[in-house]
Design a protein around this ligand. Structure first.
Ligand code: PHE
Length: 447
């Protein structure tokens, strides 16, 4: 059996290579991101000097940066589809990231901008393509694909959970540049794993030229079914905007809310507001498995349950988290000390993550199933670009809370997500027709 087909714990070994590569890539990304704004705004004097920027300029750069990293997924995906294939593009993306993070460790302004530019290009080349490669490990209609993506998603969140704690601590307490350097070391480790693991990835993410048998297929125009599937994918991107537009309040509005209006005293210790930022990642690690298992069970009984259904349910569950936030708001407004109990926000993040687990890994898997082969990475890139727009929308919605008050915004997000989810469920049958059975599953070893 070729190495690429060997399995470990029921999944192809290549999955674990991609799991650890992406874990470290996310470690470097979230680690650097955790200290970026702090570094920009830190005073230019003192033991650990920063760049001394105003808050507003720092947040503006942050907004552009976090949007651009995902927008660059479009050219990153296109290059892979047209020329290099995903496997090589991920390799190049990883090298750009190693260079970018390490250059940030240098103390010079040119190094700062060059580092950011390299990271933006590196994430664009790596993130959509590595996600497509996960799908490539499960040929055809393999039923393990969804759970493979869930495992991969757990890897992402292990990186996302550890990074703010380790890079954040080193950067803030010792030196910003050591923090950036640690993010760089993480990426180098991920890159070494990827290089070593090539043997488990044969036949996955090849370039059009390497895919000898597919060359003919690559030249053919899209069939009607493939076109329908593309339309369905673009429609599903609407869910992505709504989902991330709501969910990404985490870093902004909910972060500030936790700081100002949640009673964070537990046993005489005040939990820092920033700790809540690691909570969603921790929840993903804890509940990723159970939620995936729950869907497998449901699907075994109801084979028609497919991705769009999960995404609609996920949006409703995530939206319900905002009902809890509205509850917190009500309690804080009426309490004499102006604060709400911590349970509200713990519960809200839990619902957010259960919703995320029904939606986000499922969306990755959905795209890898539906996109025509020759546009697979481009479509994944377009998906990431859409999440970039969702993030930007989240910022705008969060800002609107200044004007309309938190209670109105939390209630508004809850109502919108619920109605949007129900509408999707109503049109589910029609939408699913556009998939033309791309989601029918096949058990491992069958045919
Ligand atoms: N935690 C996810 C990740 O880093 C968040 C995300 C989802 C980012 C979708 C982009 C797109 O992968």
């Amino acid at each position: 059996m070729p190495d690429a087909r060997k399995t470990l714990w029921g999944h192809p070994k290549g999955l674990y290579i991609l799991f650890f590569t992406e874990l470290w890539e996310r470690f470097s990304y979230y680690g650097m991101r955790a200290i970026l704004v702090l570094y920009l705004t830190a005073a230019t004097t003192g033991d650990n000097p920063g760049l001394g920027w105003e808050n507003a300029s720092a947040l503006e750069l942050y907004g552009w940066y976090t949007m651009l990293v995902y927008l660059m997924g479009v050219p990153g995906g296109w290059i892979a589809d047209r020329w290099l294939g995903q496997k090589k593009t991920v390799m190049i993306g990883g090298l750009l990231l190693c260079a970018g993070h390490c250059i940030l460790a240098l103390e010079a302004l040119w190094a700062f901008y060059l580092g950011l530019a390299l990271i933006v290009s590196g994430v664009g080349a790596l993130k959509p393509n590595i996600s497509i490669m996960v799908g490539g490990l499960y040929p055809g209609r393999d039923v393990r694909r969804d759970s493979g993506f869930t495992l991969f998603y757990i890897g992402i969140n292990i990186g996302a959970f550890l990074a703010p704690l380790l890079v954040g601590y080193l950067g803030e307490v010792v030196s910003w540049h050591y923090g950036f350097g640690l993010a760089g070391l993480g990426m180098i480790l991920g890159q070494l794993i990827y290089i070593w693991g090539q043997r488990y990835l044969t036949g996955v993410g090849d370039s059009p030229a390497e895919r000898v048998r597919h060359t003919e297929e690559d030249n053919k125009p899209l069939t009607r079914e493939e076109k329908d599937r593309m339309i369905l994918l673009f429609l599903s991107f609407l869910i992505v905007i709504v989902f991330w537009g709501a969910y990404e309040q985490a870093g902004g509005l909910m972060n500030i809310y936790a700081k100002e209006k949640i009673d964070r005293m537990v046993g005489g210790f005040e939990i820092p507001a920033s700790y809540f930022q690691s909570l969603p990642a921790l929840y993903v690690i804890l509940f990723g498995g159970p939620v995936a298992l729950m869907w497998v069970r449901i699907r075994n009984k109801n084979p028609e349950v497919a991705s769009l259904f999960k995404m609609a349910v996920g949006t409703i569950i995530m939206g319900a988290g905002f009902l809890l936030m509205a509850g917190a708001s009500g309690e804080a407004d009426s309490a004499s000390h102006g604060k709400a109990a911590i349970w509200w926000i713990l519960g809200a993040y839990l619902l957010h993550v259960i919703g995320e687990l029904c939606t986000s890994p499922v969306a990755l898997s959905f795209i890898s199933k539906l996109a025509p082969h020759k546009y697979s990475s481009f479509m994944m890139g377009a998906y990431f670009a859409t999440t970039g727009l969702g993030n930007k929308l989240a910022g705008e919605v969060g800002e609107a809370a200044q004007k309309f008050g938190e209670t109105a915004i939390f209630n508004g997000i809850f109502s919108f997500c619920t109605m949007f989810g129900i509408l999707l469920l109503l049109f589910l049958k029609k939408l699913n027709k556009l998939a033309h059975d791309a989601e029918a599953v096949q058990l491992p070893g069958q045919g």
